[in-house]
Design a protein around this ligand. Structure first.
Ligand code: KG4
Ligand code: ZN
Length: 342
């Protein structure tokens, strides 16, 4: 084994996360500081505020990741950091911290694509997972269906033409007045268990489009209109809306995955796995429904545990390891650099 130890830093959205991972696949530490309280107060992510929140905790989060892993900077092989996509003000906090650490300790630095990290962390979880494989990435900002042929070789089969599914979960939760101290997704998932998923007939998005793209803006509007036109005082009627929304939101995923599998198998008949990752993939109903689709096609579902589906530093460190092994990294930055140089 190459025995690498990599620090991963993630600040693309509202979580400040860091982790230390070994190339053997051992997770030595994992630290996440979430801005959930800010989100509740302001009803969404405000970039400037999120940047300040990241800045306040980044040193502490990284230090804790090193402490928990029982390593010091000198034990590290490299530093990996998310460089996009995401809020640029927020990304910068992570990148500056990574450059400072790498500069001070003469470590190579690896810039990581956030969505690639969501997909590749599945290879840490499931060591049997070889290229080529398919991945459905479902989060707050993105819906992606890809065919991964090799490291850095991805064919996009489908993407969201408007809102991502996580955004639809979050807005539905907000309009239903649910407790948003975590995020909307888990609140809807929980409430939906008490509801009748057939009670409201929302229409399935993009039925007439025979492709693998996604759209959640229309479903969002349908849900908002339903909430406005109904009495949602009692928990039961809120649960009915949550369950009906979730059923159709996930049906859309199922249909797209079914078609994408057919497409992908024509390009790469040796595919055996569909990876489902990103925050929404921590949802048990989503996992169960997609497992059915995958099984029907004689494939296997690979879905990381919830803590590795939502934004985290482990996926960044692991993706860094995969790139580092292939010689894809930047040399250590200068030890001292002014802030505006970054
Ligand atoms: O990947 P992620 O942590 O951040 C982004 O890259 O966007 O995904 C966050 C999204 C949020 O929209 C959140 O509501 C959703 O994932 N989410 C869930 C669940 N847990 C998180 N959606 C549905 N069910 C869940 N259990
Ligand atoms: Zn994410």
């Amino acid at each position: 084994d190459d025995n690498l130890v990599v620090l991963g830093i993630e600040t693309s959205c509202d979580d400040t996360a860091a982790a230390v991972v070994r190339s053997s696949g051992d997770i030595l530490s994992q630290v996440v500081s979430s801005q959930a309280d800010l989100l509740v107060r302001y009803g969404g992510v405000a970039p400037k505020m999120a940047e300040e929140a990241h800045s306040q905790v980044i040193d502490q989060v990284v230090q804790e990741a090193l402490n928990q892993a029982n390593v010091s900077e000198t034990d590290l092989s490299a530093v990996a950091v998310t460089i996009g996509p995401g809020l640029s003000l927020c990304l910068r906090v992570g990148v500056q911290k990574a450059r400072k650490t790498a500069g001070s300790f003469n470590l190579p630095i690896i810039g990581v694509h956030h969505m690639e990290a969501h997909a590749l962390v599945a290879r840490l979880v499931e060591r049997e997972l070889q290229f080529p494989f398919m991945a459905l990435l479902i989060s707050g900002g993105h819906n992606l269906l890809i065919l991964a042929q090799g490291l850095g070789q991805y064919i996009q089969l489908g993407t969201s033409i408007d809102d991502a599914i996580g955004e639809a979960y979050d807005k539905t939760a907000k309009w239903l007045g649910l407790d948003m101290r975590r995020s909307g997704g888990p609140a809807i998932e929980e409430l939906a268990q008490e509801g009748d998923a057939e009670s409201i007939k929302f229409s399935i998005p993009m039925k007439q489009h025979k492709d693998c793209n996604f759209s959640y803006a229309g479903l969002k509007t349908q849900v908002r209109l339903a909430i406005e036109s109904k009495n949602i005082q009692d928990r039961r009627s809120r649960a009915d809306i949550a369950a009906s929304f979730q059923r159709v939101a996930v049906l859309h995923l199922e249909e797209r995955c079914q078609r994408a599998i057919q497409w992908a198998l024509k390009i790469e008949p040796s595919i055996k796995h569909l990876v489902v990752s990103g925050g929404v993939a921590s949802n048990q109903y989503v996992r169960a429904r997609l497992d059915q689709v995958v099984k029907k096609n004689s494939l296997q579902l690979v879905c990381p545990p919830p803590s590795l589906c939502t934004d985290n530093g482990v996926m960044v460190a692991w993706t860094g390891i995969e790139h580092f092994r292939m010689g894809r990294f930047d040399p250590p930055p200068p030890a001292v650099e002014s802030e505006d140089f970054v």
